[in-house]
Design a protein around this ligand. Structure first.
Ligand SMILES: [Zn+2]
Ligand SMILES: [Zn+2]
Length: 68
Protein backbone atom coordinates (compact mmCIF):
# COMPACT_ATOMS: atom_id res chain seq x y z
CA UNK A 1 0.00 0.00 0.00
CA UNK A 2 1.53 3.26 -1.07
CA UNK A 3 0.87 6.52 0.63
CA UNK A 4 1.67 9.89 -0.81
CA UNK A 5 1.34 11.97 2.32
CA UNK A 6 4.44 12.92 4.25
CA UNK A 7 5.13 12.09 7.87
CA UNK A 8 2.80 14.22 9.94
CA UNK A 9 5.46 14.78 12.56
CA UNK A 10 8.60 15.65 10.65
CA UNK A 11 7.30 16.06 7.12
CA UNK A 12 9.53 13.39 5.74
CA UNK A 13 8.26 11.69 2.62
CA UNK A 14 9.49 8.43 3.99
CA UNK A 15 6.16 7.40 5.45
CA UNK A 16 5.80 3.74 6.18
CA UNK A 17 3.47 3.40 9.15
CA UNK A 18 0.10 4.54 10.42
CA UNK A 19 -0.53 5.15 14.09
CA UNK A 20 -3.08 2.72 15.48
CA UNK A 21 -4.33 5.34 17.89
CA UNK A 22 -4.55 8.67 16.08
CA UNK A 23 -4.16 7.35 12.53
CA UNK A 24 -1.34 9.72 11.79
CA UNK A 25 0.89 8.82 8.90
CA UNK A 26 4.39 8.68 10.22
CA UNK A 27 7.81 7.70 9.05
CA UNK A 28 9.77 4.87 10.52
CA UNK A 29 11.55 7.12 12.96
CA UNK A 30 8.33 8.38 14.43
CA UNK A 31 6.58 5.07 14.72
CA UNK A 32 6.85 3.00 17.87
CA UNK A 33 6.71 -0.59 16.75
CA UNK A 34 6.27 -1.88 20.26
CA UNK A 35 2.99 -0.11 20.72
CA UNK A 36 1.89 0.38 17.15
CA UNK A 37 1.53 4.07 17.85
CA UNK A 38 3.30 7.14 16.65
CA UNK A 39 5.89 8.54 19.03
CA UNK A 40 3.49 11.23 20.17
CA UNK A 41 0.87 8.75 21.25
CA UNK A 42 3.47 6.43 22.68
CA UNK A 43 4.81 9.26 24.79
CA UNK A 44 1.32 10.30 25.75
CA UNK A 45 0.15 6.96 27.02
CA UNK A 46 3.46 6.30 28.66
CA UNK A 47 4.94 3.22 27.17
CA UNK A 48 4.73 0.13 29.30
CA UNK A 49 6.44 -2.10 26.81
CA UNK A 50 9.60 -0.14 26.28
CA UNK A 51 12.66 -0.26 28.44
CA UNK A 52 11.76 -0.99 32.00
CA UNK A 53 12.43 1.94 34.21
CA UNK A 54 13.16 0.79 37.74
CA UNK A 55 12.17 4.06 39.27
CA UNK A 56 10.00 6.82 37.96
CA UNK A 57 12.20 9.03 35.92
CA UNK A 58 11.35 12.64 35.53
CA UNK A 59 10.76 12.66 31.82
CA UNK A 60 9.57 15.70 29.92
CA UNK A 61 6.34 15.27 28.04
CA UNK A 62 6.55 14.35 24.41
CA UNK A 63 10.31 14.39 24.34
CA UNK A 64 11.52 10.88 24.00
CA UNK A 65 13.94 10.06 21.25
CA UNK A 66 13.87 12.85 18.82
CA UNK A 67 16.65 12.16 16.44
CA UNK A 68 17.05 13.79 13.15
ZN1 LIG B 1 8.77 11.53 10.83
ZN1 LIG C 1 -0.57 8.64 17.18
Amino acid sequence: MSVSAPCEICGSADVSETCNRCAKLVCDRHFNEETGYCVECAAEIGSTTSDTVPEQADMPDGVDTYEF
